[in-house]
Design a protein around this ligand. Structure first.
Ligand SMILES: C[S@@+](CC[C@H](N)C(=O)[O-])C[C@H]1O[C@@H](n2cnc3c(N)ncnc32)[C@H](O)[C@@H]1O
Length: 499
């Protein structure tokens, strides 16, 4: 079945149940997305009007009370006003809603050797090339615009932050600087910070500059130096349980044994398995009241020995004889050690690529496209790029594990900012279609624009995409003549030639 529906929620500012309109929009988009995926229909036009109409119908019945204290964070899907609104709106357009079932976390594997993680880029430089100032900040949230989870985390941590001596506070995965600068404004000095995304690092740097707080923090790679002697860690909870397991292991292994970890997130992104992961390396985990759909977990009683055992599992590796590669993955990287089905479809068409001396794996994740390219073409040099430090570290390991380090260079960067205009011969891309929680084509379009700028005239962008996203007109417009290389029930591979 295929059906055309348009989503234009941005035209519909809604405030329901005490949530801000961004929350409502995010939840609604996520719920629509889940429905549309499970029903195999295409998302296309909205529903602002349908939502407004639905709001009138369901709002009185949908108001809820803030969550009460409980031993565990809720694992429920969003079921408040937004869900009701969405259900009503879906009825308006004749689609029956099916809630997606939560997927179970993966178990930890056997310990191996603790690796050294890569350093974050110094401000103003990326990898081996100069920084292009057109690089974008985090696309969804303006710098330091604290969301409800950040605000709850800072409130819950206020007394601990005030009591933390200079140089003993660490902040992890701050989205755009709200936690770091919030702590600085509460008096914290010499804060150590690690953010997975380079775009987040830049947002923090810009916001710190604007507030005159640049001397209050230092960015460091994820590793022992980040945590040595730390007594307080503020952590924005990742969506990936694997990422949490890895970060919690590092904290418990290398911070001061008295460390208090205060971790906050949106309830819709939390699961009870997060408590279990924290309890693997901490004696005690307390759960806060819910506020504005957010909760905070506080972990104390670090167990360094247990933590070192956990850390040995990273990076995980898996052999894939069907594609002739070993894939390495740190926690939270796209698809882990698995081969995504879209990626696999792209790899099946590698033999049809034009012959070039160089190629770029844009948004490399674990680096398996770069490794497959370099393996198939012994003279090819490949640049693998990702904005995520965990992805870059994984791709570096994948290249090494396949004896390709001499021909695969891995760089942490936003898009192709390290590639000069009009110079790339060939770019391969499996673009993300989620930004954080919500379905979004914004990141893909940003990456298409980067490819358009960096490709040499006649150079090609090969892209695999979920067919319902209908990227072909965008590719035609932004890059140039686009042909379909292959298509199966779910994915399309296209080649776009730079005009
Ligand atoms: C769908 S995953 C594909 C990963 C890998 N190529 C594969 O096929 O398994 C998309 C990747 O793009 C990366 N990414 C998203 N936005 C980016 C940006 N602005 N610059 C560089 N990488 C980005 C994400 O971190 C993620 O690793």
């Amino acid at each position: 079945m295929s059906q055309l529906i348009v989503i234009a929620l941005s035209a519909t500012p809604l405030a329901v149940d005490g949530a801000d309109s961004d929350d409502v929009r995010d939840d609604a988009v996520e719920l629509f997305a889940a429905e549309l995926c499970s029903a195999d229909v295409f998302a296309v036009e909205v529903l602002g009007a349908a939502l407004v109409a639905a709001a009138d119908v369901v709002a009185p019945a949908a108001s809820g009370t803030p969550g009460s204290r409980s031993a565990e964070p809720s694992t429920e899907q969003p079921t408040s006003s937004v869900a009701a609104l969405t259900t009503a709106a879906l009825h308006t357009i004749g689609v029956r809603r099916r809630m997606p079932s939560p997927s179970p976390p993966e178990p930890l594997e056997h310990p191996r050797i603790l690796p050294t993680r890569s350093a974050p880029n110094a401000p103003g430089s990326v990898g081996s090339a100069s920084w292009n100032p057109r690089a974008t900040a985090h696309p969804r949230r303006p710098a330091t615009d604290a969301d409800a989870a950040d605000r709850l985390l800072l409130d819950e941590a206020a007394a601990v932050i005030a009591a933390t001596p200079a140089g003993r506070l660490v902040v992890i995965d701050d989205v755009a600087g709200a936690l770091t600068l919030g702590a600085a404004e509460r008096g914290a000095q010499q804060i150590r910070v690690h953010q997975d995304l380079i775009t987040g690092e830049r947002a923090l740097a810009a916001a710190a500059e604007a507030r005159g707080l640049t001397d209050r923090y230092t960015s460091l790679p994820l590793g022992p130096e980040l945590f040595a002697g730390a007594t307080t860690v503020l952590l924005r909870l990742p969506r990936s349980v694997d990422r949490l397991a890895e970060v919690a292991g590092l904290i418990a292994a290398f911070a001061d044994p008295s460390v208090t970890v205060i971790a906050g997130g949106r309830i819709k992104h939390m699961s009870v398995s997060m408590n279990d992961v924290l309890r693997t390396v901490f004696d005690r985990v307390d759960v806060s009241h819910a506020r504005q759909k957010s909760r905070v977990l506080t972990a104390t009683g670090a167990r360094p020995e247990a933590a070192r055992a956990v850390l040995g599992a990273w990076p995980r590796t898996a052999d894939h004889p069907d594609i002739g590669l070993r894939v390495a993955a740190y926690g939270g990287v796209f698809a882990g050690t698995k081969v995504d089905i879209g990626t696999r479809f792209l790899l099946q068409n590698l033999a049809r690529l034009p012959k070039t001396a160089t190629a770029v794996d844009l948004g490399c994740g674990t680096g398996l496209i770069a490794a497959a390219l370099a393996t198939a073409n012994p003279d090819l040099r490949v640049l693998a790029v990702d904005r995520s430090a965990a992805a870059v570290d994984s791709a570096t390991w994948t290249a090494a594990a396949n004896q390709l380090s001499d021909r695969v260079e891995v760089v942490r960067a936003d898009g192709l900012e390290t590639v000069a205009d009009g110079t790339a011969e060939l770019v391969l891309l499996n673009p993300p279609f989620h930004n954080d929680a919500a379905v979004s084509t914004a990141i893909a379009r940003h990456l298409f624009a980067e490819a358009a700028r960096a490709l040499a005239p006649g150079g090609e962008l090969w892209c695999v995409w979920n067919s319902h996203l209908q990227y072909r007109p965008s590719l035609e417009k932004m890059i140039g003549s686009t042909r379909q290389v292959a298509r199966n029930g779910k994915f399309t591979v296209t080649s776009s030639r730079r005009r």
